[in-house]
Design a protein around this ligand. Sequence first.
Ligand code: WQD
Length: 345
Amino acid sequence: MGTKGRILVTGATGYIGSHTTVELVNAGYEVIGIDNFSNSSPSMLEGMEKITGRKIPFIRTDCCDKAGMEEVFRKYPDIRASIHFAACKAVGESVREPVKYFRNNIVSLLNLLDLSMKGEGKGIVFSSSCTVYGEPDPENLPIKETAPVKPAVSPYGRTKQMNEEILMDCVRACPSLKVISLRYFNPIGAHPSALIGEMPNGEPQNLVPYITQTAAGLRKELRIWGNDYDTPDGTCIRDYIYVCDLAKAHVAAVGRLLDGRQENRFDIFNLGTGKGLSVLELVQNFIRATGADVPYRFAGRREGDIVKVWADPGKANSILGWKADTPIDEVLLSAWNWEKKVRGI
Ligand code: WQD
C-alpha cells in the first residue's frame, strides 16, 4: 500500500509514543520506532501490532547513544521526520536526580538534531509540556501559546524549556530544519481496545493511574493533595486530554511539517481540551462513569503543584484542524478498562 513516508518515533513503546505510533500507521505512514525500555515494555509492541494489523519496524536503542542513532538513520535513510518522545518525565524524580534529567533529556535531543540537520533536513515534532508556563497569571487563563514562559518549578520542566530554546537556535542555524513543539496538558486514558495504555513503574505519581489502581484494589485509598486552594472546591484544576486525541494531534503536526504549509519554521501548539476540571470533579466523574469505588481522603498539598492550568486550544483547532473532543466519561472508562485488562479483573 502506498505510504505517506517514514516517520521515526523515539520513545515508541511509551505511553504517548505507542498511541501516536498506532495513529500514524492508521493514517498511512511507515514508522520506525525506537526505545530503550527504561520506562516502557516490549509488550506494548504486540498491542500496537494487534491494533494496526501491521508489523511495526522497531530498534531497541538509546537516543543518548550517538552511534546507535546513526545506525537508525543509516538503516532508514528515508526518514522524513521524527517525533521525539524519548525523555524522563517524572517531576518529583527530576528534583531528586537533576543530572540524570539534564543528561538524558538534552543529549537525546542533541543527537537527534545532529542527524536531522544533515542533507535536506528532516522535520522534528517535539513532545513538550504545559509545565513550561509555570503557574499562569489569572489573566492568562485559558493559556495561549503567547503566554509568558516562566522559570520552571522543576528540573524536568527546565529541560523542556531548554529543549525548546535549543530547537529554536537550530532552526535559525539550519534553513532546512522545521520544528513543531507540542505542549501537552494532562494526557489520560487508554486506547479503546485496552491493548495499550499507561504502564507507570512502581507507585503512580499521576492522578488517573493512581485512581484506577485504587479502584482495582492495588492501593488502599487515593490521597487528594490539598483541598484548600483558591478554587471552587479547593482542589487543583487541570486540562485532562484523551491520549488518543493527543496522538491524532501528532499526525496532524507531521502532516503540516511535510506538506510545507508551515510559515515559520519553529511553531508551538497547546494541546488541551480548553476545559479545566478539579481533582475532586475528576474523581467524582470516574466513580459515576465506571460505578467503581474509589476511597479517597484529603491530604496535604504536594510541593511544586500548579493550582490552576488549562489550555486555549484555538490555534491547534484552526491551524492543525484538530480538536480534543472525546467526552471525559468515555476517557475515564478507557482508563478503567485498561486497568482491568492489565490486572485480569
Ligand atoms: C494532577 C493533579 C495533583 C496524584 C504532571 C507533569 C506534567 C505531565 C503530566 C509529563 C495535581 C493531583 C495527583 C495523586 C492527587 N508529565 N494528584 N493525588 O502534576 O498536573 O502534571 O504530569 O509530561 O509535565 O507536571 O499531573 O497527574 O501528577 O497531578 O491529588 O495521587 O492531581 O496534586 O493537582 P500534573 P498529576
